[in-house]
Design a protein around this ligand. Structure first.
Ligand code: SF4
Length: 291
């Protein structure tokens, strides 16, 4: 059996920065623990659990954070109102929002101020989508979750109102490159979209998807290290499946019966989502060697 390691894989710069900021905060405020994180610093079970053990407490809302505490905003970003809400409680904010997510916040805000109508492509429940859309009045955007949403799009939009509007699109940073291109192509055909350079899928997502797709074409199985709630990790699994290769998304090697999974496989590929640490890849490789 041959093993191919995808390159690049694992931590992107945005995740590395966020995890480093959380580690530093735990060190800087070690005498006044706990400190808080809104949600998870990044969507990865291993990382979240190891930071929680060091004193980082995950909360669902700012209401749960006591006055004057330290609160980290995750790599996915937050709605702008959260900064004000936290400052009213004299909370010290450590902002770990990825700069590429922040860029999309600035873009949607600017388009909204210039009275554009914006098609935003993203997962409605994802923190990044919630944060970005909070920058824009609700009547100025339309959220597209996936290709299926295009089926009814014309019935759900006031087409008359769009006639004299400037129209553009933006997207979440961690979507599937091919699916998003199909959506953009549709929007360009059906609406008077201004030509734009809005390629919001980040470089880390693009490069990891390309690497997995290339390997999936020559392998019988792709193993992706990453959590089920990690958008970019889920997309890596989809990329492999889209070229006809079996793929599994696992938090760690302990999730699977390795012997069973590798049975009759000739070539396997291993990758890791942008929020999954390399230690999980090493652990998997070590277990494979023992078989
Ligand atoms: S996946 Fe992309 S957007 Fe998300 S943290 Fe990494 S670089 Fe930033």
């Amino acid at each position: 059996m041959k093993i191919f390691l995808a390159s690049p894989r694992g931590f992107c710069q945005g995740v590395r920065n966020a995890v480093n900021l959380a580690e530093k905060a735990l060190e800087d405020y070690k005498d006044s623990l706990p400190i808080y994180i809104l949600g998870e610093i990044v969507h990865n079970k291993y990382i979240s659990e190891s930071l929680n053990k060091k004193g980082l407490v995950s909360v669902k809302s700012i209401n749960e954070v006591s006055e004057g505490s330290v609160l980290i905003f995750s790599a996915h970003g937050v709605p702008p109102a959260y900064y004000l809400e936290a400052s009213k409680k004299n909370i010290k904010i450590i902002d770990a929002t990825c700069s590429l997510v922040k860029r999309v916040h600035q873009k949607i805000k600017k388009y909204a101020e210039e009275d554009y109508f914006i098609f935003y492509i993203g997962n409605k429940d994802h923190e990044e989508t919630i944060g970005v859309l909070a920058e824009c009045p609700v009547n100025q955007y339309y959220l597209i979750n996936n290709k299926k949403d295009l089926e009814n799009i014309k019935n759900n939009i006031d087409l008359e109102r769009l006639k004299n509007k400037k129209i553009t699109y933006l997207s979440q940073t961690t979507l599937n490159i091919k699916e998003i291109q199909e959506i953009i192509d549709y929007l360009k055909t059906e609406f008077n979209i201004e030509e734009s350079e809005n390629q919001d899928i980040c470089y880390a997502t693009r490069e990891r998807q390309r690497a997995v797709e290339d390997l999936a074409k020559i392998c019988d199985l792709v193993l992706i290290l990453g959590s089920q709630n990690s958008s970019n990790s889920k997309r890596l699994k989809e990329c492999a499946e889209n070229v006809g290769c079996e793929a599994l998304l696992i938090d760690s090697v302990n999730d699977i019966n390795l012997k069973e999974v590798l049975k009759n496989k000739q070539n396997i590929a291993i990758s890791a989502g942008a929020s999954a640490p390399e230690i999980l890849v090493e652990e998997l490789l070590n277990k494979i060697k023992l078989i």
